[in-house]
Design a protein. Structure first.
Length: 574
């Protein structure tokens, strides 16, 4: 395509120029000068003179307010992004009209090529072409009405880059699995290092732009840790997937551009200390665990990570409800029997404990046995005499949880897990995504007055049901696929006494019910974020009836079977 044809096609895609007649466009084209800016560089800063307007050809830029000199935007809490600019977008035209300095800054988030129209040429066109001035007034009016942005000028995230953090990591396999995970619903292109290096570095931006226009998603794959192609992938991607073996991050590399990535931990074993070091360094949006050796990869792990990266993973949120929470076991059993994988789990109280058993990798029989043991009479009936901060002690439960989970850490589990507790000190919800699985499982189920609070980093942790008994929002915010919530709180149906009034519950039932009252006010709003809500009919089971595990499991199985078609439809349409 000739330079003139390329300019004409670009102007036709620009809201500022698309309304102009051909003879006016013919006057503009020769005045447009090519201009390039690398990712991370500023095109203009607030307060600069308005000396030109720019039309984006390839790449991505952000219009921001609040930036500070010498501070990376991702570390600056005061930065506010006003607009995201992609192909055809224009920037800088208002300053040319008003004569005022730039009112905001513009930074390239990808290597970008633009065309520049100078102040002198802009005003010459206004003088020579009434049609240009007329079109400009209409378009600027639309911009003001839209509060600073043209409709449709924000590009949808399309490009994901796979970045190795050490040499000789096989990313092609992971990228291929991700490509397949998008399924028939999307058209996915893969651009790897070998293919890219067949052309010139100068043409990579245009090649990526063309792929983004032709395909629903683009996957960039880098194989080496320090090459121009890898640096290009880091600069261009909307989403970064960083893959690391169990090796500590280098002390001399802060890696600010990689922050907020998806972190994939690969290897046969992964020490929690190394995982924590990478999490602290990169502050990832999500963590994935894939078992690998130099010769092989555990395909279920890779496929699970792929579904999450593709936004097609099923997440399950399990609510608290005492013995009624055994119903969660039945739901999980039915999903497994029907080949429906659960890639993410989270929960509160009993739901948090069942979620932990599942994420740890126990099978159905092992989960039933462990859950029954954790709430057996010999564990629960360890009273404090006299009572101090609670009626019972936790040493029995802590010992048994330690036997079940050992020293397993949440951040290295094969399945993504979070549990929710409440901090008595600051009256805040605490989302537990790191640390010992056993400790987090204990903290999420510390029913106030029945069990003493747990002490952790200046917090006093108690049962998360006080604030969020069904923590759907924590999972929905990840935007990794459909979310199914299981509510086992049920209605409280006390027996009616001879005088026609409801009978008073026992101390334990009163405490359990009181925990749920704290999160009841926000219930509908929070649960509404789930794609599907399942409510097993557990009202016939009292919250402290831990001997009725078989009955509760069967109720959960029945509820799951009744919703199987709805769950299958959710998964199939992602």
């Amino acid at each position: 395509m000739s330079a003139e044809s390329q300019k004409r096609e670009l102007l036709a895609a620009s809201p500022l120029f698309a309304l102009l007649p051909d003879d006016v466009l013919a006057m503009i084209e020769p005045r447009l000068e090519p201009y390039s800016v690398e990712s991370g560089d500023w095109l203009m800063r607030r307060g600069d003179p308005g000396d030109a307007l720019y039309v984006v050809d390839t790449g991505r830029l952000e219009v921001v307010l609040g930036e500070h000199e010498g501070i990376e935007p991702e570390d600056d809490q005061e930065v506010r992004v006003l607009r995201v600019l992609g192909r055809g977008a224009t920037v800088g035209e208002l300053a040319l009209v008003t004569g005022d300095p730039r009112s905001a800054s513009v930074k390239a988030t990808r290597d970008s090529t633009l065309y520049r129209l100078s102040y002198d040429d802009f005003h010459s066109l206004l003088d020579d072409s009434p049609a240009f001035g007329h079109a400009l007034v209409k378009v600027l009016g639309r911009q003001l009405q839209a509060s600073g942005g043209f409709p449709g000028d924000v590009p949808a995230p399309k490009t994901t880059a796979f970045i190795p953090l050490q040499e000789e990591i096989n990313l092609e396999l992971l990228a291929d699995i991700v490509r397949q995970a998008f399924g028939p619903l999307l058209d996915v292109a893969v651009l790897d290092q070998h293919t890219a290096e067949q052309g010139s570095a100068e043409g990579w931006g245009h090649a990526l732009d063309a792929l983004e226009q032709e395909h629903d998603r683009v996957l960039l794959v880098a194989q080496s840790t320090d090459t121009p192609w890898r640096r290009f992938c880091v600069r261009q991607a909307d989403r970064l997937v960083c893959v690391t073996r169990p090796e500590l991050p280098p002390h001399d590399r802060p890696m600010p551009r990689l922050r907020g990535c998806d972190l994939v931990l690969v290897g046969p074993e992964y020490p929690a200390g190394i995982a924590d070091a990478w999490i602290d360094r990169l502050k990832p949006r999500a963590r994935h665990r894939v078992w690998t050796t130099p010769e092989s990869v555990r395909v279920p792990d890779a496929v699970r990570a792929a579904r999450r990266l593709a936004g097609r993973s099923l997440g399950l949120v399990l609510g608290g409800g005492g013995a009624r929470g055994y119903a969660h076991l039945g739901v999980l059993e039915v999903l497994e029997e029907n080949g429906i994988p659960v890639d993410r789990v989270g929960g509160t109280s009993m739901g948090g404990i069942i979620a932990s058993l599942y994420a740890y990798g126990l099978n159905a029989e092992q989960r039933r046995h462990a859950a029954a043991a954790i709430f057996s009479p010999r564990v629960r009936h360890r009273y404090q005499v006299p009572p101090r901060s609670a009626l019972a002690r936790t040493d029995g439960a802590e010992e048994l949880l330690g036997k079940v989970f050992g020293d397993a850490m949440i951040e290295t589990l094969p399945i993504d897990l979070y549990t929710v507790a409440a901090d008595m000190v600051d009256a805040e919800m605490v989302v537990q995504r790191r640390g010992r699985v056993a400790d987090a499982a204990m903290s999420t189920a510390r029913i106030p007055a029945m069990l003493p609070p747990g002490r952790s980093d200046g917090m006093l942790l108690v049962d998360g049901g006080l604030i969020r008994n069904l923590p759907v929002g924590v999972m929905a915010d990840m935007e990794e696929g459909p979310v199914v919530a299981i509510d086992v709180g049920g209605r409280f149906e006390p027996e009616i006494e001879d005088d026609g009034l409801p009978g008073l519950p026992g101390v334990g039932e009163t405490l359990m019910r009181s925990v749920l009252l704290g999160s009841a006010a926000s219930g509908d709003k929070v649960v509404g974020r789930a794609d599907l809500l399942i409510e097993p009919e557990v009202s016939s089971i009292k919250m402290l009836a831990f001997h009725e595990i078989d009955k509760a499991v069967e109720i959960g199985r029945r509820a799951a079977e009744e919703n199987l078609d709805a769950i299958r439809e959710l998964v199939a349409h992602q």
